[in-house]
Design a protein around this ligand. Structure first.
Ligand code: AMP
Ligand code: GLY
Length: 435
């Protein structure tokens, strides 16, 4: 079985590891930069940009690829899945037009609205043509969130109270966004606890995986600038202490309805990951956004828990037989913590050496280069450490011990997966529900 893996982050490192658990798999990896973890699991690698579609097609053809797994949003947005279909290679990952689920926030909000699917907050899309109406919309909302309509690497969203204070500032930011984007979305700001629900779908059946919670802020106690995600955890019951099964059922129902709506709207089946960022607040479960890929770091929590052969799952997604497969997960808790360069995310040190300890944790490489004398950081999140155990406490200890013994100019968040932080999340939910 020859599988093409596209992507070079820690998320793709764990995808590679999970696919390779099936001894028939030979991995061919197309990466933007050489990830030493992925390279060590691959028969062959090719380095290139995700826009070089001919190069990707050739790499697939030359290596007799059976199917591909496209990890990040950029190649999905470049149409890598569509290009591979031209050489008869099917992919785990949606075609470009379906990846709009992530790449166009207005597409997704409008889809939920049109098909009467619960989960949207109050929202409205503005262009240069109707920006004069924005004040009326602001007047209806206590606090707002402003989102550029398009891929911004998670960095364009601004939240009132966090990134700006007044509606005047909100308007100024909307105008700024419209200089570089066709449209901007204004949403009602929701208060609650966010969770990551990574679902797999063949376009017909949607299957959920254990619920994870990410930590976006750079510093302990949720302080500091937003990052790609500093770490994440899952519980052994696959829920979170403040999240009940009925909440997950609602999120799954929404996602199934969205998959059905996509088929109806576009005539195409969505095959791949539908990762919903949801929030539990006073009005129940609301959708923050969908991503058309696994989460980073959340993939590192969930993929190691699959008991069912992941290759069989991928094949069932391609043949649209996911509904016939029983998918099982280990009843274990996981904690993932990233070691990131000092100064990350705003002014990270670069080309600094890191040394990785020998450890009981799973180790996944992200933004590191392998040179003759060792590993060097290239500026983004560097290495993820995942503890897996019967309880969250043990999983946290394994991850913490590993990440804190990394040598080099790095830091990490000690508080991820700790009792204190989880109690804070529970207190937050209790306060929202007036308990
Ligand atoms: P997004 O790129 O849509 O995931 O937004 C980035 C982050 O902004 C999310 O993870 C949330 O923390 C926050 N956010 C987005 N939309 C809302 C909303 N309607 N209410 C409150 N926070 C939001
Ligand atoms: N963990 C956030 C993301 O993958 O977008």
């Amino acid at each position: 079985m020859n599988i093409l893996l596209v992507g070079n982050a820690a998320r793709e490192h764990v995808v590679a590891e999970t696919l390779k658990k099936n001894s028939e798999v030979k991995l061919y990896s197309y990466m933007k930069a050489n990830n030493p973890g992925i390279a060590s699991l691959s028969e062959k690698i090719e380095i290139g940009n995700y826009s070089e579609l001919e190069k990707i097609k050739k790499f697939a053809k030359d290596n007799g690829i059976d199917f591909s797994f496209v990890g990040p949003e950029d190649p999905l947005n470049e149409g890598v899945v569509d290009a591979l279909l031209e050489v008869n290679v099917e992919s785990i990952g949606p075609k470009k037009v379906l990846a709009k689920l992530e790449t166009s926030k207005s597409f997704t909000r409008d889809l939920l609205k049109k098909y009467n699917i619960e989960g949207n907050p109050g929202y409205k899309t503005f262009t240069k043509n109707n920006i004069t109406e924005i004040q009326d919309f602001f007047d209806n909302l206590e606090e707002v969130v402003i989102k550029p309509d398009g891929l911004t690497g998670g960095k364009g969203v601004k939240v009132q109270g966090d990134h700006f204070d007044t509606k005047e500032e909100a308007l100024a930011y909307c105008k700024e966004v419209l200089e570089s984007h066709e449209s901007v979305i204004v949403e009602e700001k929701l208060d609650g606890e966010e969770f990551s629900f990574q679902c797999l779908t063949d376009g017909k059946t949607v299957v959920g995986t254990p619920i994870a919670q990410d930590h976006k802020r750079a510093y302990e106690d949720d302080k500091g600038p937003n990052t790609g995600g500093m770490g994440s955890y899952t519980f052994e019951d696959h829920l979170l202490p403040f999240l009940k099964k009925e909440h997950v059922d609602t999120a799954l129902k929404i996602t199934q309805k969205v998959a059905d709506a996509i088929k109806q709207e576009t005539g195409e089946y969505y095959r791949g990951v539908m990762y919903g960022g949801f929030i539990l607040g006073k009005n129940g479960i609301k959708l923050i956004e969908y991503n058309a890929r696994l989460g980073d770091p959340e993939a590192m929590n969930v993929l190691p828990l699959f008991k069912t052969d992941f290759v069989s799952i991928c094949k069932a997604m391609i043949s649209q037989e996911l509904g016939n497969l029983k998918i099982e997960f280990e009843k274990k808790a996981t904690v993932c913590k990233y070691a990131v360069p000092e100064g990350y995310p705003e002014a990270p040190v670069k080309n600094e050496k890191v040394e990785v300890p020998s450890t009981n944790a799973n180790v996944y490489y992200a933004s590191v280069d392998k040179k003759e004398d060792g590993l060097y950081m290239s500026g983004s999140r560097a290495i993820a450490f995942v503890g897996i155990a019967d309880t969250l406490e043990e999983a946290e200890q394994i991850a913490e011990e590993a990440v804190s013994s990394v040598k080099g100019k790095v830091f990490h968040r000690k508080d991820i997966g700790t009792k204190e932080l989880i109690q804070k999340r529970m207190d937050h939910v209790n306060q929202i529900f007036g308990k």
